[in-house]
Structures are given as structure tokens and as C-alpha cells.
Design a protein around this ligand. Structure first.
Ligand code: FRU
Length: 482
């Protein structure tokens, strides 16, 4: 307990010390969850509890470049305005001494249950795959979402199947037919036809009658490797479709597929579904990973992702680092199953904000407010170009036919400063592109094509006086700001 308090005090002291610097950063957003200071990654424990939305997140207040140590916490009544609370989990027992890793919330009988992975990396010369790592699944309970009970160990290394390496994490728990299920991301030991080590990503599903005693229910590892590790799995239903969302690592980039270092996407869970054929990426932009979903009280399936990506130091950076923080979460989105795929659109609460329509002279506008919503409609596949920033330093969104491209390359062919090293990403819709919704909240841009059939999420670092939009290559558009 004392260790917990000490850890929380360290975080709070750093938040206070850096408050001025962080607050003055031009890249702070209005409606997106950010770390109060330092680094943020995955959304965790998303839920609605006693009417209030709770979002927890992987949080490293003491190191802007990550390293973990905390679950940050914030609450909201509309999923857009967030109030930051003290961290709720810290590394304070031997089983989680190297990290309180990702996990999920289950609400039952007016009580919150949080499941997460305690990570241990033993000091020494280990590969941290087959040795040197301990992954423990842990439960805490809470009456208010803030104060947590004692940590209870649920599953340890002795409970995982033989062929699974030491990478087992990110419990997502749900209740179904009177039982509890927990899906975990895993890395299975495997060799290819030449006997060469080639691990396979997969998931383990455990079941329980009481949330405390768990036994293995299924091990889902594909026949043919689809990445060497799957992180942050999530299983849920949309209409009568059973969906598995997961983050495979180790897929090779192929043209418009798998353009980022790691991927996040989904498959429909059917018997012998081959991920190679069924996997569809959640997002085609530079910054989307480790999404998690939850069911709101009104039955909506909401998803929030980390608007970031691990291990990008060699390719791009986030310019807010100089102001002591980096990364944010995506806008919460509603998921809907239609025509064999999942559409993802911002929660309807965004329409309740006080948007003001503004007109753009010759299609150009300097937006002084931080947040902008742009709707382009009736496109019919015609070429449309939207530029944020200027020719020297900006990002272009180009759509034509059923193809969309996001490019930070400027007119001289160099990546623009505002992309921090980001280059180009492309994606498609099935039919031609008819409408585009662009949401710009300071340093994050989310682009929804054809009602959320294809989405691009990216960070952009334009200074306030560089926040221009050029719509001269667009026909029907509407710009609103807050
Ligand atoms: C995904 C991830 C998870 C892990 C967490 C640690 O980004 O690697 O698998 O639990 O981040 O912060």
C-alpha cells in the first residue's frame, strides 16, 4: 500500500511540475484523451459504470518515451470532455514489477472488476521470449473506479499451454451464458518447414464460473503463421456476428496492406477462419493501434484506439515530446456491422457539441479554433484534394475513385516538418468514394470515408499560425469549428 502511494505521489508531483509546459503546448487536444504528462499508450478498462464513462490508459508520467508503470484514469459523461484523475494501478507487487500492462473492465452487480497483466522482465541476459519474462493475469476490484482492492493473481506461467512462449497478456473479459471468458494475446513457439524458428501469434481463451478460478477453454493459433505475436485481443458481437479484434506483429508490408510496423484489425470468428483471408485493418493511417471496445449502457459498441504505434523511433516522431508529453487516444467510435464489414464513426455525442459553420474564401480557411469538422459529400469518385497546412509544410488527403491517399510530402518532395517523419499511407473503399468526414482536433486528424468504411488516423504537428485548410479541389463541403 505504501509503495502504491509513493508511486502515485511521484506521478502527481511530475504532473504538477510539468503542468505549465504541457498546458502551453500548441498540440494539446480538446476532445481526445492525452497523458497529463509523459507518455500514453493503450486504452485500458474502458467501461460505463454508474452512468459515467471510465477510460484507463497505459501511462508513463515519469518518462516521455514510455516504459510504463501506471494505469492513468479519466472519466467523462459524454466521451468527449474528460476529467483526469490520479493513476489507479502502479507497479507495487513482485508480479507486476516491470509493468502493469494492458487489460479490461467488467461491470457486474454495481462493482468494477479490472483484469490486467503483471509483467516481469528479470534483469540479465535473456531473450524475453522463452526466458526471463513472467506474465501474470491479475484482478482488482473497485466500488468507485478509483480506489482498488488488493491484487489477486489469477493465472501464471504454470497455467499456459506448453507451446506458448512467455508472451501472454492483455486480458479482455466478458460474461456470456452465466460464465466468464478471458481472451489473452499470445505468442506460440513454432518452426517452419525448414525447421527454422517461426513463432505464431494467437489467442488463449479461459473460462471461469466465479471470475477467480480460470481454466483453459480454447487455444486459437492459426495453421499458418499470421504474425509472430498478437497483442490486445478483443472478442465481441455485432448484430449476430462474432468479431475478434487483434493486433498482429510481424506482418510484411504489401502495397496498401500492413503499411505500419504493427497492425490492428479484425476477423469474423467462424470455424476454421484463416486470418490471412479474413483480416481487415481497423485503420489505414499512421497512428492507430491496440484498440479496445466496450458496450455502453444503451447497447452501443464503442471502440477507442491508441492514436500511436509502438517502436516508431526509426521512422517518425511526435513533436510534442519537446513539451514533455506524447500520444493520445483516438476519438471514441461506434461500431456497426453492415454489408459484411464493420463501419467505424465518431460517437454521436460529437454532433451535440456547439459547432459553428464557417465559410472558406476560395476554399481556403485559417482555422484559429482548435477543433474542426469537415464534411465533403456527393463526391461520386471524383478527384478531391484537401490540404492541411501549406505547400511547404502540410498534409494532403487525396481521394479518387475508390482510392484515398494521405501524404506529408511537400511540393519539393520532402516529408513536411508537421509529420515528424511520416510519409504516405493509402487505402480504399469497396465502391467509389462518396463522402469524407475529417475531424481535426489540434494535432490529431481522423478521416472517415463513406460513413466509416475506411478510416485514417494520423497525428499532425502544425503550429497555430500554420493551421490552414485548402479545399479548392473539393465541390460540396461544409466546415464547422469549435
Ligand atoms: C500494446 C502493448 C500491450 C501491453 C502494453 C504495455 O501496445 O504492448 O501488449 O500490454 O502495450 O504497455
Amino acid at each position: 500500500m505504501e509503495k502504491t502511494l509513493q508511486n502515485i505521489q511521484k506521478a502527481t508531483a511530475e504532473e504538477e511540475r510539468m503542468e505549465g509546459t504541457v498546458k502551453n503546448c500548441p498540440f494539446r487536444t480538446k476532445f481526445h484523451i492525452m497523458p497529463p504528462v509523459g507518455w500514453l499508450n493503450d486504452p485500458n478498462g474502458l467501461c460505463q459504470f454508474r452512468g459515467i464513462y471510465h477510460a484507463y490508459f497505459q501511462y508513463s508520467p515519469l518518462n516521455v518515451n514510455g516504459g510504463g508503470g501506471y494505469w492513468g484514469h479519466c472519466t467523462s459523461t459524454d466521451m468527449l470532455h474528460w476529467e483526469y484523475k490520479e493513476p489507479v494501478l502502479t507497479t507495487d507487487i513482485p508480479e507486476d514489477r516491470s509493468g502493469v500492462y494492458s487489460g479490461s473492465a467488467l461491470i457486474e452487480d454495481d462493482r468494477m472488476y479490472l483484469f490486467y497483466t503483471g509483467n516481469v522482465k528479470m534483469p540479465g541476459d535473456y531473450d524475453y521470449i522463452d526466458n526471463g519474462r513472467i506474465s501474470t493475469q491479475i484482478l482488482v476490484e473497485s466500488d468507485d473506479g478509483q480506489r482498488m482492492s488488493e491484487k489477486v493473481k489469477l493465472l501464471g506461467m504454470e497455467d499456459y499451454p506448453e507451446d506458448i512462449t512467455q508472451h501472454v497478456r492483455d486480458p479482455k473479459v466478458w460474461k456470456e451464458g452465466g460464465k466468464y471468458y478471458m481472451v489473452l494475446g499470445a505468442r506460440a513457439r513454432s518452426r517452419d518447414e525448414n525447421g527454422k524458428r517461426r513463432d505464431k501469434g494467437g489467442v488463449l481463451i479461459y473460462e471461469s464460473e466465479d471470475k477467480r478460478n480460470w481454466k483453459l477453454y480454447r487455444e486459437l493459433v492459426p495453421e499458418k503463421a499470421f504474425g509472430y505475436m498478437w497483442e490486445c485481443p478483443d472478442i465481441f458481437s455485432l448484430k449476430d456476428k462474432r468479431v475478434i479484434s487483434y493486433c498482429p506483429q510481424g506482418l510484411e508490408t504489401q502495397n496498401e496492406k500492413f503499411q505500419n510496423i504493427y497492425q490492428s484489425g479484425y476477423s469474423f470468428l467462424t470455424q476454421d477462419a484463416d486470418p490471412e483471408k479474413t483480416f481487415r485493418e481497423w485503420d489505414m493511417g499512421f497512428d492507430f493501434y491496440a484498440p479496445q471496445s466496450f458496450e455502453a449502457d444503451d447497447g452501443r459498441r464503442i471502440m477507442i484506439g491508441w492514436a500511436g504505434m509502438p517502436d516508431t523511433a526509426d521512422t517518425h516522431r511526435n513533436l510534442s515530446v519537446d513539451n514533455g508529453w506524447q500520444h493520445c487516444l483516438s476519438i471514441p467510435c461506434e461500431l456497426e456491422y453492415r454489408d459484411g464489414k464493420i463501419f467505424r464513426m465518431p460517437v454521436r455525442e460529437i454532433y451535440g457539441l456547439e459547432w459553428k459553420e464557417v465559410s472558406a474564401e476560395n476554399g481556403k480557411l485559417q482555422w484559429n479554433g482548435k477543433t474542426m469538422k469537415l464534411n465533403v459529400s456527393g463526391i461520386g469518385g471524383e478527384k478531391t484534394v484537401i490540404r492541411l497546412g501549406n505547400r511547404e509544410n502540410g498534409m494532403r488527403i487525396t481521394t479518387e475513385g475508390n482510392k484515398a491517399e494521405l501524404s506529408f510530402f511537400n511540393e519539393n518532395g520532402f516529408p513536411s516538418r508537421c509529420g515528424g517523419g511520416r510519409g504516405k499511407r493509402s487505402g480504399r473503399t469497396e465502391g467509389r468514394i462518396e463522402d469524407i468526414l475529417v475531424l481535426i482536433d489540434s494535432s490529431i486528424v481522423e478521416i472517415f470515408l463513406n460513413g466509416g468504411e475506411t478510416v485514417f488516423t494520423t497525428r499532425i504537428y502544425l503550429e497555430n499560425n500554420e493551421r490552414e485548410i485548402d479545399m479548392s479541389a473539393c465541390k460540396n463541403y461544409k466546415i464547422e469549428i469549435i
